[in-house]
Design a protein around this ligand. Structure first.
Ligand SMILES: C[S@@+](CC[C@H](N)C(=O)[O-])C[C@H]1O[C@@H](n2cnc3c(N)ncnc32)[C@H](O)[C@@H]1O
Length: 361
């Protein structure tokens, strides 16, 4: 072990006291390993980050300022929480689903004489209301990545940055740019409201128990210059576009079934707007693209039904189809795949479609 690592280890053992004085069950070079006092549940994503250099780097990247209110999701036994509490931040609120972890992180803060800075909330981070915070820093359970990011970015929270440790593949998809092979609905939606930056990769060997996947640290910074857009309408629009992201927009919006669905939705939207103005954003996952096979590129329905306009005036549906084709033509996007397009281009198309009475939610 080199001297720097050895010094680091000695410093952390001293700082964290009995918590890490136990024997290491990890292969990490210097470890704040779990002492096995209770069973860790993998289905709950209980993979503790035990490499002090990585934990220090996360806290450093979060760039906490004096007076900051920090939100941590899934503090576990407090390996990261200890750093956040020792930072210049004024307070840390941690949301944890497992009561055993709540006890462990609370005891740890007390052992560090920093309990006055910590509030632990027992609950599911996807369901629980968060207190106000300036910065979110977390090594989250990867199973809640998408709903948690949706909640942070499309909810009512106002914050400076979220520094999140995520599954490496998910992180790559989150930071992807139009034209990248990984570009997808998640990235398009998140980039509508935030900027993302890949900060560093973290090996699976730095966790106890070792997960099957590697991780990456990502910074998410909400935009101050949000484009003028109805976010609920945008989310519904990207669901249609990226549901079949390998088809061209022309092919996607030529499908009879799709046109009929949009026709119904647009008329329902008009009724709802008349009855109850002000639709809110319905939160859900942001990245449910699945390239479903429901039609070929010629726009023929795969189920061969000929009665798809049953119950509707065929001429109205035909005119509606024309309006969609017309919007695609005037933006010159018919031959493009959604994954090649910037949000500005997609937003321009959405606006034109809305102006022509085509609505997605
Ligand atoms: C990957 S561990 C991280 C633990 C700690 N932050 C660390 O870095 O060592 C994830 C933690 O999130 C908790 N957790 C899992 N699902 C949760 C949820 N829906 N809401 C809040 N916490 C959750 C787990 O119990 C676990 O403590």
């Amino acid at each position: 072990m080199n001297r720097a690592v050895s010094n680091l280890r000695a410093r952390h053992v001293a700082r964290l006291g009995s918590f890490c004085a136990s024997s290491s069950s990890s292969s990490s070079p210097a470890s704040e390993a779990w002492d096995g006092r209770f069973r860790l549940h993998k289905p709950r994503g209980q993979h503790l980050l035990t490499n002090p250099r990585v934990l220090d780097a996360i806290a450093r990247h979060a760039a906490l300022r004096p007076g900051d209110a920090v939100l941590e999701v899934g503090p576990g036994t407090g390996n990261l929480t200890a750093r956040l509490l020792a930072s210049p931040a004024a307070r840390v609120s941690a949301v944890e689903i497992d009561p055993r972890m709540v006890d462990a992180v609370t005891a740890r803060a007390s052992a560090l004489n920093l309990a006055h800075k910590l509030t632990v909330i027992l609950g599911d981070a996807v369901e629980t209301d968060f207190p106000e915070f300036d910065v979110c820093v977390a090594n989250i359970p990867y199973g809640i990545s998408s709903p948690l990011i949706a909640k942070l970015l499309f909810g009512t929270y106002r914050f400076r940055t979220a520094t999140l440790l995520l599954q490496k593949e998910f992180a790559r998809r989150l930071v992807a740019k139009p034209g990248d092979s990984e570009y997808n609905r998640l990235a398009a939606n998140v980039h509508m409201v935030a900027e993302t930056r890949l900060l560093m990769d973290v090996s699976k060997r730095d966790f106890v128990p070792m997960p099957r996947v590697d991780s990456s640290l990502v910074e998410i910074r909400p935009r101050v210059d949000m484009p003028e857009a109805d976010l609920a309408e945008w989310l519904a629009f990207t669901r249609e576009c990226f549901g079949q992201k390998n088809k061209t927009l022309g092919a996607i919006f030529k499908q009879k079934r799709k046109i009929l669905e949009l026709f119904k939705r647009s008329h329902r939207t008009k009724r709802c707007a008349d009855d109850a103005p002000g639709r809110g954003v319905i939160l859900g996952v942001l990245d449910d693209d699945n390239d479903e096979a429901c039609s070929d590129d010629d726009g023929n329905d795969d189920n061969g039904r000929s009665d798809v306009v049953a119950g509707f005036n065929k001429e109205d549906v035909g005119a509606f189809k024309e309006r969609i084709a017309n919007a695609l033509e005037s933006t010159e996007l018919a031959g493009k795949r959604p994954s090649q397009l910037s949000n500005d281009e997609l937003l321009r198309l959405l606006r034109l479609l809305n102006e022509r009475g085509v609505w997605f939610q």
